[in-house]
Design a protein around this ligand. Structure first.
Ligand SMILES: C[C@H](O)[C@H](O)[C@H]1CNC2=NC(N)=NC(=O)C2=N1
Length: 92
């Protein structure tokens, strides 16, 4: 199981566009259409399954909020920072 990251490690390892809210990494992606957001969420789900690490995904009007934390560790680990970076690649 991945170890919890310190605040300094999280700041150093998290992708720039993500914020820390309690025990979660959070980013809201914006899209030109609702269905683009749905498509992103589906792709993110595939990456999550591949990593066997699962975010909360909230699909809204032309936006998708992603929340990542490692439940098994009770906070943020490199599993979260790594998957966040992969989501950013998917969204680019
Ligand atoms: C048994 C445990 O649920 C699994 O090892 C995986 C599944 N997906 C997971 N996803 C997240 N976000 N955190 C976990 O700790 C986690 N654990």
């Amino acid at each position: 199981m991945a170890d919890l990251l310190s605040e300094a490690e999280i700041e150093a390892q998290k992708p720039a566009d993500w914020t820390v809210e309690g025990d979660e990494l959070v980013r809201t992606y914006e899209f030109d259409s609702y269905l683009e957001g749905v498509g992103f969420a589906a792709g993110a789900g595939g990456l999550a399954e591949e990593a066997f690490h699962h975010p909360e995904l909230t699909i809204g009007w032309r936006e998708v909020e992603v929340r990542l934390t490692t439940h098994d560790a009770g906070g943020i680990t490199e599993n979260d920072t790594d998957l966040a970076a992969r989501f950013d690649e998917l969204a680019d």
